[in-house]
Design a protein around this ligand. Sequence first.
Ligand code: FES
Ligand code: FE2
Length: 400
Amino acid sequence: MTSRTAAAWEAGPNLPATHRVSGLVYSDQTIFEEEKQHLFGKTWQLACHESEIPEVFDFRTFEVAGQPLVVSRGANGTIRTFVNACSHRGAKIVNDPSGNAKRFTCFYHHWSYDTEGACIDIPREDGYAPTGLKKEDCGLREVRTESKLGLVFVNLDDDAESLESYFGDALKPFEPVMGTGELEVFHFNRSILESNWKSWIETNLDIYHEVMHVTLRKTQVSAGAMKDRNFDLHKNGHAGIGGVKAKYGGYKGWGERDVASTLPGLDPNDLRVFEIFPNSTIIARGTVIRIDTIMPISPGRAVLECRGLGLKGDSDADRMMRIEHHNAYWGPFGRNVPEDAFAAEMCGVSFRTGAAKHQNIARDEDGHGQDDGILRNFYEEWSRRMGRPASNPVNRSEAS
Ligand code: FES
Ligand SMILES: [Fe+2]
């Protein structure tokens, strides 16, 4: 018999705990609430690229696991982030997605805050004199903000390790690419994904699914040797994929990518991926870079934010070329992102309904080819931070 009974389906194949992931991690409400606390509340989260707030007093609003935040460039250029909630009655202060403001004034009773988070104006302040409430007691809640390679990160945990320590030397391969200060965001897209956020991350870490994308079958699978691919696993769950080559002309209608327009530190045929644990990914393809961040809304729903980056000062022709290269794979109608979204949402259907009980991450190609080691690295860190093994999250005692 090759099909399986309900009991055998539930039990799954006989694999080490490190090589399987329980369906509960994608669907259970309690686990989801703990993820907000232990993962999103304690890890460095991507806020934006510095080029998105280039001028003094530029700001952007965003969320980390439901918490509204505002990141802003102050008078001396320092970037700070605040919880976007008023110290008075708690109203969300800034509602525009982005803009330029010397001060943030709450719509409700017009309390105002400067870009250092100080409360600088309270209308008819004398009314508080009898109770002794002063502006100095009413500053915004500042959130730790640090930058690396032009990327602005925040951490809701005041006691978290520094950003430098969080990455260690994991981002070194991207220093020649992103560390020159010459990149800027030219594309931003937000969409809702009907799946658990980790099913999206898996589409970035699971290189085995090249088989799903016709573009990757044509341009990538045979473009370089599987043995030349490598996976760098780092502490804190970060990981890189390198050694993957593409021959873009293999897909009908596409041309090879021009060496002269390649981004610094890259070869035109390079595909490099870097997973920023837990929920952001940098993908570089010769002429263009994509950075995506997946932010959970609920166990079965998430917001995907995608950024495309080119070079500051690009000629019009070069910028158009980068936009075309970006959109061909990664635009809302590209040949990659919508297909990945479909894959994540199909996993969402199975885990949301309980049809699938677990998945396996059991490919072992000795750290090359289409190895699942990078997925195992992700779930090892997930298990460590959650205090629950991803293979069997109801049994805390098995956590590594
Ligand atoms: S709630 Fe913001 S000023 Fe009153
Ligand atoms: Fe994909």
